[in-house]
Unconditional design. Structure first.
Length: 380
């Protein structure tokens, strides 16, 4: 999205810089911007210490403003006039709202947290857990309703998330869908020769939905696969920092890579990408990445949610452990099926999910929002 905006507009980027960020990553971002200002703070870690206080407040933990970022944004807004201020997720929303009248305010959100919290409540067990989840759901729903109303445009990555946002109590704003995407030129098939009977899950276990997916898969579906496919292996990519590994049914056939510089390699090396997601909102970049790389996918209905995919054409879908294992075995044992799904999936991401087209749509929505604000001002 940043690349698309920078092709036709002057962009000032103000971003948190995590300790794990590499210098070359910041340089790549800097090249796309007219100006780049970094705040070397992890907003999640900074707010974690006050999590109890935040639980009692009316806003989520990550949305609590960090003074250093507020000051940086305030200084930028005072130094020049911007046509639009774009906040990437609710983490940045508070800072964008410092912009005055005449500046279009856009919230680029990845998913509806209210929807995710509702699903957690619906799946909660026990009176205490259900009560806690209900409180979190209500708090998040009301917070999003108030917050979204202060933006001229809100974007979501799926129709499901848009519908939830449009149904927020009292919200009458504008919500548009801007899909997640993948760089099809960078992620291309035949990058590496797949290893026999190799599976991959490309998702950090520090994210609750990813941990839940692997806990379910390793306990319920993977034992069926190991009993029928000798030499099967599973690679799980992404950070495992502070993850409860004891809660996962790991063995010698499972490899935890930790953070990898290039996630394309383990995905391309796999015969099949598994996406047994059972919770969460938005859409799964992991599926789009695998499709672009030519690695066939087996996913749950939840995992494939929000993507314009057809079971049996672009990927295989299964929701029970037995069915998930059977669909995975089908892919591992049928080169023809793998080739057909991979070709169809690649064609789909090229047509619908390439960042080039998605970025241009987002840029156009921002321009339309700016123009609508200007016309509204003239009308008054």
């Amino acid at each position: 999205l940043l690349r698309a905006l920078s092709q036709q507009h002057e962009v000032t980027l103000i971003s948190f810089a995590f300790a794990t960020a590499r210098p070359e990553e910041q340089e790549a971002v800097r090249d796309l911007c007219t100006e780049f200002r970094a705040v070397p703070v992890d907003p999640f870690a900074a707010n974690r210490a006050s999590a109890l206080r935040t639980f009692l407040s009316l806003r989520p933990v990550a949305s609590r403003p960090i003074p250093a970022m507020r000051e940086k944004v305030s200084a930028a807004l005072a130094s020049q006039r911007f046509d639009a201020v774009i906040a990437s997720t609710v983490v940045m929303a508070d800072y964008a709202l410092q912009a005055g009248k005449g500046t279009a305010k856009v919230l680029e959100e990845h998913n509806s947290m209210a929807r995710w919290m509702r699903e957690r409540y619906e799946g909660a067990n026990g009176l205490l857990q259900r009560a806690r989840c209900w409180v979190s759901w209500m708090k998040t729903r009301n917070y999003e309703a108030r917050l979204f109303s202060r933006f001229d445009l809100v974007t979501m990555v799926s129709d499901q998330d848009r519908s939830t946002s449009e149904a927020l109590p009292g919200y009458r704003g504008r919500v548009e869908v801007v899909h997640n995407g993948v760089d099809c030129a960078h992620n291309h098939p035949d990058l590496m020769e797949p290893w026999p009977n190799a599976l991959v899950y490309n998702g950090s276990l520090t994210y609750d939905a990813n941990y839940d997916a692997m806990r379910w898969f390793l306990a319920e579906a993977y034992p069926i696969l190991k009993a029928q496919i000798p030499g099967i292996s599973l690679t799980i990519t992404g950070s495992i920092r502070d993850v409860d590994l004891a809660g996962l049914a790991l063995d010698d056939s499972v490899t935890l890579t930790g953070f990898v510089d290039d996630v394309r390699l383990p995905v391309a090396q796999a015969m099949t990408c598994v996406a047994p997601i059972r919770r969460g909102g938005g859409t799964r970049l992991k599926i789009l990445e695998a499709m672009a790389l030519g690695t066939p996918v087996v996913a749950t209905s939840k995992g494939a949610e929000g993507l314009e995919v057809i079971d049996g054409t672009h990927l295989l879908i299964a929701d029970t452990p037995q069915a998930f294992a059977e669909k995975t075995i089908q892919l591992l044992q049928s080169p023809e099926t793998r080739a057909t799904l991979a070709a169809n999936a690649r064609a789909l991401v090229e047509a619908r999910y390439d960042w080039a087209g998605i970025g241009q749509r987002f840029a156009q929505l921002v321009v339309e929002t700016v123009h609508a604000g200007v016309q509204g001002t003239h009308a008054r």
